[in-house]
Design a protein around this ligand. Sequence first.
Ligand SMILES: *[C@@H]1O[C@H](CO)[C@@H](O)[C@H](O)[C@H]1NC(C)=O
Ligand SMILES: *[C@@H]1O[C@H](CO)[C@@H](O)[C@H](O)[C@H]1NC(C)=O
Ligand SMILES: *[C@@H]1O[C@H](CO)[C@@H](O)[C@H](O)[C@H]1NC(C)=O
Length: 210
Amino acid sequence: MHSHRHDLKLPNQRRTKPTTWFIAFFCAVLWVMIILGGLIVLIVYLVFRPKNPRFDIPNATLNAIYLDTNAQLTSDGSLLNSDVTILTNFTNPNQKVKIDYSYMVIELYYMNTLIATTSVNPFSAGKAESKLLGIHFVTSQVKLSSDEIQQIRKEVGNNTVKFDVQGKFRTRSNFGSLIRYSYWLHGRCTIVLAGPPYGTLISHKCITKR
Ligand SMILES: *[C@@H]1O[C@H](CO)[C@@H](O)[C@H](O)[C@H]1NC(C)=O
Ligand SMILES: *[C@@H]1O[C@H](CO)[C@@H](O)[C@H](O)[C@H]1NC(C)=O
Ligand SMILES: *[C@@H]1O[C@H](CO)[C@@H](O)[C@H](O)[C@H]1NC(C)=O
């Protein structure tokens, strides 16, 4: 009786064992993969010490600005025309990481109104390299709100005209040739320019964010 019961139990044990072993093995492999993945990320971080690229506007010129007050199109009766050139500085602060910029759109705002847009051809910034790009914004017959028209008249009269520049960039960091990491970068600058004919840059403030 005793040995008979023992015989009955044996096939049961043999049936459950492979599944248990399989689950244990699977869990172990999963843990090893998670730990290895974490280690790789940590090592890449420690070796490359990645830093965010920076976007800056070191120089700009307001070449022309005028309100077309004869326009019949709007009830406020004034449309903005302007010509602004900016010098952009894309800095890659990384000593060991190359950066590719692919999709790039740069927008010029007067207060809340988008007055000009430019796209920039893709380029790369090598290790610890700064790339300078000149950008030309032409605004033709853009409608402003009546508050904005009042403000722009005041600013042109005072010889200090303020614009906002917003850039959106698709950026890729290359850690060696194998590991790559893509992300969006947002640059925002406020530039204050003197009125034409000199139109020189009076002040600028930029921030770059992920
Ligand atoms: C571009 O930025 C880098 C890093 O901030 C700086 O060293 C360089 O002088 C800048 N270039 C210009 C023309 O402002
Ligand atoms: C800014 O740009 C203007 C016009 O291109 C130029 O005359 C001026 O020297 C530049 N200023 C600096 C600091 O580079
Ligand atoms: C007028 O210009 C001065 C300096 O050029 C500046 O400090 C002041 O804020 C300006 N005022 C307005 C209303 O823009």
